[in-house]
Design a protein around this ligand. Structure first.
Ligand SMILES: [Zn+2]
Length: 245
Protein backbone atom coordinates (compact mmCIF):
# COMPACT_ATOMS: atom_id res chain seq x y z
CA UNK A 1 0.00 0.00 0.00
CA UNK A 2 1.36 3.47 -0.91
CA UNK A 3 2.54 5.40 2.12
CA UNK A 4 2.45 2.32 4.32
CA UNK A 5 5.10 2.53 7.01
CA UNK A 6 6.82 -0.22 8.95
CA UNK A 7 4.84 0.75 12.05
CA UNK A 8 1.48 0.41 10.31
CA UNK A 9 2.40 -3.01 8.96
CA UNK A 10 3.63 -4.37 12.26
CA UNK A 11 1.69 -5.51 15.31
CA UNK A 12 2.40 -6.85 18.75
CA UNK A 13 0.49 -9.37 20.84
CA UNK A 14 0.72 -12.07 23.48
CA UNK A 15 0.91 -15.49 21.89
CA UNK A 16 0.65 -19.13 22.91
CA UNK A 17 2.84 -21.23 20.62
CA UNK A 18 0.72 -24.14 19.34
CA UNK A 19 3.09 -25.88 16.94
CA UNK A 20 6.03 -25.30 14.63
CA UNK A 21 7.08 -26.61 11.23
CA UNK A 22 10.50 -26.37 9.65
CA UNK A 23 10.85 -24.20 6.58
CA UNK A 24 13.95 -24.22 4.39
CA UNK A 25 17.36 -24.47 6.04
CA UNK A 26 16.97 -22.45 9.21
CA UNK A 27 13.44 -21.04 9.43
CA UNK A 28 10.22 -22.24 10.99
CA UNK A 29 6.55 -21.52 10.53
CA UNK A 30 5.12 -20.82 13.98
CA UNK A 31 1.40 -21.42 14.53
CA UNK A 32 0.23 -19.39 17.52
CA UNK A 33 -2.96 -18.34 19.24
CA UNK A 34 -2.77 -14.65 20.08
CA UNK A 35 -4.85 -12.70 22.60
CA UNK A 36 -6.06 -10.03 20.16
CA UNK A 37 -5.34 -11.26 16.63
CA UNK A 38 -6.69 -14.79 16.83
CA UNK A 39 -4.83 -17.63 15.16
CA UNK A 40 -1.63 -16.43 13.47
CA UNK A 41 0.93 -18.28 11.35
CA UNK A 42 4.24 -16.47 11.13
CA UNK A 43 7.72 -17.20 9.86
CA UNK A 44 10.59 -17.00 12.34
CA UNK A 45 13.71 -16.54 10.24
CA UNK A 46 16.91 -18.20 11.39
CA UNK A 47 15.19 -19.68 14.47
CA UNK A 48 16.94 -23.05 14.07
CA UNK A 49 20.42 -21.54 14.24
CA UNK A 50 22.04 -21.88 17.65
CA UNK A 51 22.83 -18.16 17.50
CA UNK A 52 19.16 -17.24 16.94
CA UNK A 53 17.94 -14.26 18.94
CA UNK A 54 14.70 -16.14 19.53
CA UNK A 55 16.33 -18.90 21.60
CA UNK A 56 13.63 -21.30 22.88
CA UNK A 57 10.95 -18.59 23.01
CA UNK A 58 9.05 -19.91 20.00
CA UNK A 59 8.94 -23.59 21.04
CA UNK A 60 5.54 -25.29 21.50
CA UNK A 61 3.53 -24.33 24.62
CA UNK A 62 5.63 -21.25 25.39
CA UNK A 63 3.94 -17.90 26.05
CA UNK A 64 5.58 -14.96 24.33
CA UNK A 65 5.18 -11.27 23.68
CA UNK A 66 5.65 -11.27 19.90
CA UNK A 67 6.00 -8.60 17.28
CA UNK A 68 5.09 -9.42 13.69
CA UNK A 69 5.07 -7.69 10.34
CA UNK A 70 2.34 -8.43 7.81
CA UNK A 71 3.75 -10.33 4.87
CA UNK A 72 2.31 -11.33 1.50
CA UNK A 73 1.24 -14.80 2.54
CA UNK A 74 2.62 -15.35 6.03
CA UNK A 75 3.50 -12.75 8.63
CA UNK A 76 7.11 -12.45 9.79
CA UNK A 77 8.05 -12.67 13.48
CA UNK A 78 10.50 -9.84 14.17
CA UNK A 79 10.71 -10.04 17.99
CA UNK A 80 9.72 -12.48 20.70
CA UNK A 81 10.14 -12.18 24.46
CA UNK A 82 9.30 -15.15 26.68
CA UNK A 83 6.49 -14.56 29.18
CA UNK A 84 5.94 -18.07 30.46
CA UNK A 85 8.35 -20.96 30.10
CA UNK A 86 5.64 -23.60 30.29
CA UNK A 87 7.13 -25.37 27.27
CA UNK A 88 10.16 -26.80 29.05
CA UNK A 89 8.10 -28.04 32.02
CA UNK A 90 5.57 -29.67 29.70
CA UNK A 91 7.86 -31.42 27.22
CA UNK A 92 9.88 -32.99 30.06
CA UNK A 93 6.84 -35.10 31.03
CA UNK A 94 5.26 -37.45 28.48
CA UNK A 95 1.72 -37.28 29.86
CA UNK A 96 1.81 -33.48 30.10
CA UNK A 97 3.26 -33.27 26.62
CA UNK A 98 0.57 -35.44 24.98
CA UNK A 99 -2.16 -33.51 26.85
CA UNK A 100 -0.74 -30.15 25.73
CA UNK A 101 -0.45 -31.41 22.17
CA UNK A 102 -4.17 -32.35 22.09
CA UNK A 103 -5.16 -29.02 23.65
CA UNK A 104 -3.11 -27.07 21.09
CA UNK A 105 -4.63 -28.99 18.19
CA UNK A 106 -8.18 -28.46 19.53
CA UNK A 107 -7.51 -24.74 20.08
CA UNK A 108 -6.21 -24.38 16.53
CA UNK A 109 -9.25 -26.14 15.09
CA UNK A 110 -11.74 -24.13 17.19
CA UNK A 111 -10.23 -20.71 16.44
CA UNK A 112 -9.66 -21.48 12.76
CA UNK A 113 -13.37 -22.01 12.22
CA UNK A 114 -14.47 -19.18 14.52
CA UNK A 115 -11.99 -16.27 14.79
CA UNK A 116 -14.53 -14.24 16.84
CA UNK A 117 -14.12 -16.76 19.60
CA UNK A 118 -10.38 -16.41 19.95
CA UNK A 119 -10.06 -14.15 23.00
CA UNK A 120 -11.86 -16.45 25.47
CA UNK A 121 -10.12 -19.41 23.83
CA UNK A 122 -6.75 -17.73 24.42
CA UNK A 123 -7.57 -17.25 28.13
CA UNK A 124 -8.76 -20.84 28.52
CA UNK A 125 -5.71 -22.34 26.86
CA UNK A 126 -3.34 -20.05 28.75
CA UNK A 127 -4.85 -21.18 32.06
CA UNK A 128 -4.77 -24.85 31.08
CA UNK A 129 -1.12 -24.78 29.91
CA UNK A 130 -0.13 -23.01 33.11
CA UNK A 131 -1.95 -25.58 35.29
CA UNK A 132 -0.45 -28.42 33.29
CA UNK A 133 3.09 -27.05 33.48
CA UNK A 134 2.89 -26.42 37.22
CA UNK A 135 1.32 -29.82 37.90
CA UNK A 136 -1.60 -28.27 39.81
CA UNK A 137 -3.92 -31.14 38.77
CA UNK A 138 -3.43 -34.49 37.01
CA UNK A 139 -2.84 -34.05 33.25
CA UNK A 140 -5.94 -36.07 32.22
CA UNK A 141 -8.16 -33.87 34.40
CA UNK A 142 -6.64 -30.65 33.04
CA UNK A 143 -7.01 -31.93 29.48
CA UNK A 144 -10.64 -33.04 29.80
CA UNK A 145 -11.65 -29.91 31.69
CA UNK A 146 -10.00 -27.78 29.01
CA UNK A 147 -11.71 -29.63 26.16
CA UNK A 148 -15.18 -29.43 27.76
CA UNK A 149 -14.76 -25.72 28.47
CA UNK A 150 -13.29 -24.94 25.05
CA UNK A 151 -16.26 -26.66 23.40
CA UNK A 152 -18.65 -24.81 25.76
CA UNK A 153 -17.06 -21.53 24.68
CA UNK A 154 -17.59 -22.54 21.07
CA UNK A 155 -21.31 -23.05 21.78
CA UNK A 156 -21.36 -26.75 22.60
CA UNK A 157 -21.85 -26.69 26.36
CA UNK A 158 -23.18 -29.96 27.74
CA UNK A 159 -25.97 -29.81 30.34
CA UNK A 160 -25.07 -32.76 32.54
CA UNK A 161 -28.13 -32.47 34.75
CA UNK A 162 -30.98 -33.20 32.31
CA UNK A 163 -31.91 -35.28 29.28
CA UNK A 164 -30.79 -33.38 26.18
CA UNK A 165 -33.73 -34.71 24.16
CA UNK A 166 -36.79 -34.26 26.43
CA UNK A 167 -35.43 -32.12 29.25
CA UNK A 168 -36.21 -34.63 32.00
CA UNK A 169 -34.30 -33.24 35.00
CA UNK A 170 -31.65 -35.06 36.98
CA UNK A 171 -28.50 -36.95 36.00
CA UNK A 172 -29.22 -39.47 33.20
CA UNK A 173 -27.58 -42.84 32.58
CA UNK A 174 -27.05 -42.43 28.82
CA UNK A 175 -24.79 -40.19 26.76
CA UNK A 176 -25.09 -39.51 23.05
CA UNK A 177 -22.33 -37.43 21.44
CA UNK A 178 -24.41 -36.61 18.38
CA UNK A 179 -27.30 -35.25 20.45
CA UNK A 180 -24.78 -33.40 22.57
CA UNK A 181 -25.41 -34.72 26.04
CA UNK A 182 -27.08 -37.10 28.48
CA UNK A 183 -30.22 -38.97 27.43
CA UNK A 184 -32.89 -40.58 29.62
CA UNK A 185 -34.00 -44.24 29.22
CA UNK A 186 -37.07 -43.19 27.16
CA UNK A 187 -35.08 -41.15 24.64
CA UNK A 188 -32.03 -43.39 24.09
CA UNK A 189 -31.27 -43.44 20.35
CA UNK A 190 -29.03 -46.16 18.88
CA UNK A 191 -25.40 -45.46 19.66
CA UNK A 192 -26.15 -44.22 23.20
CA UNK A 193 -23.56 -45.32 25.72
CA UNK A 194 -24.30 -45.95 29.36
CA UNK A 195 -22.19 -44.07 31.89
CA UNK A 196 -21.56 -44.79 35.55
CA UNK A 197 -23.12 -42.05 37.75
CA UNK A 198 -19.61 -41.19 39.03
CA UNK A 199 -18.49 -40.47 35.46
CA UNK A 200 -21.35 -38.04 34.87
CA UNK A 201 -20.52 -36.33 38.16
CA UNK A 202 -16.87 -36.04 37.13
CA UNK A 203 -17.71 -34.63 33.68
CA UNK A 204 -19.98 -32.02 35.27
CA UNK A 205 -17.24 -31.10 37.77
CA UNK A 206 -14.60 -30.81 35.01
CA UNK A 207 -16.76 -28.61 32.82
CA UNK A 208 -17.45 -26.28 35.74
CA UNK A 209 -13.94 -26.26 37.21
CA UNK A 210 -14.94 -27.98 40.49
CA UNK A 211 -11.44 -29.28 41.13
CA UNK A 212 -12.01 -30.52 44.66
CA UNK A 213 -14.71 -32.89 43.47
CA UNK A 214 -12.85 -33.82 40.25
CA UNK A 215 -9.67 -34.74 42.09
CA UNK A 216 -11.57 -37.23 44.28
CA UNK A 217 -12.88 -39.24 41.29
CA UNK A 218 -11.91 -42.93 41.03
CA UNK A 219 -9.64 -44.14 38.20
CA UNK A 220 -12.58 -45.92 36.46
CA UNK A 221 -14.57 -42.66 36.29
CA UNK A 222 -11.53 -40.77 35.01
CA UNK A 223 -10.94 -43.36 32.33
CA UNK A 224 -14.58 -43.36 31.19
CA UNK A 225 -14.70 -39.54 31.28
CA UNK A 226 -11.67 -39.36 28.96
CA UNK A 227 -13.37 -41.63 26.48
CA UNK A 228 -16.63 -39.60 26.56
CA UNK A 229 -14.76 -36.32 26.06
CA UNK A 230 -12.77 -37.79 23.17
CA UNK A 231 -15.92 -38.91 21.34
CA UNK A 232 -17.62 -35.58 22.02
CA UNK A 233 -14.64 -33.57 20.73
CA UNK A 234 -14.32 -35.71 17.63
CA UNK A 235 -18.01 -35.41 16.89
CA UNK A 236 -17.92 -31.60 17.02
CA UNK A 237 -14.60 -31.04 15.33
CA UNK A 238 -15.87 -33.37 12.62
CA UNK A 239 -12.66 -35.21 12.04
CA UNK A 240 -10.20 -36.95 14.27
CA UNK A 241 -7.67 -34.89 16.08
CA UNK A 242 -4.45 -36.56 14.96
CA UNK A 243 -3.02 -36.11 18.46
CA UNK A 244 -5.88 -38.12 20.02
CA UNK A 245 -4.71 -41.30 18.30
ZN1 LIG B 1 -35.41 -37.87 27.56
Amino acid sequence: MAGSTFASRSYRDNALILRTRNLGEADRIITMLTAEHGLVRGVAKGVRRTSSKFGATLEPFMVADVQLVHGRSLDIVTQAVSKGAYGAMIVADYEKYTSAHIMAEAAERLTESDPEDSRPQFRLLHGALSALARGVHAPDLVLNSYLLRALSTAGWAVTWTACVACGRPGPQPGFHAGLGGPVCPDCRPPGTRTLAPATTDLLHALQHGSWQSASEAAPEARHEASSVVTSYVQHHLERRLSSLG
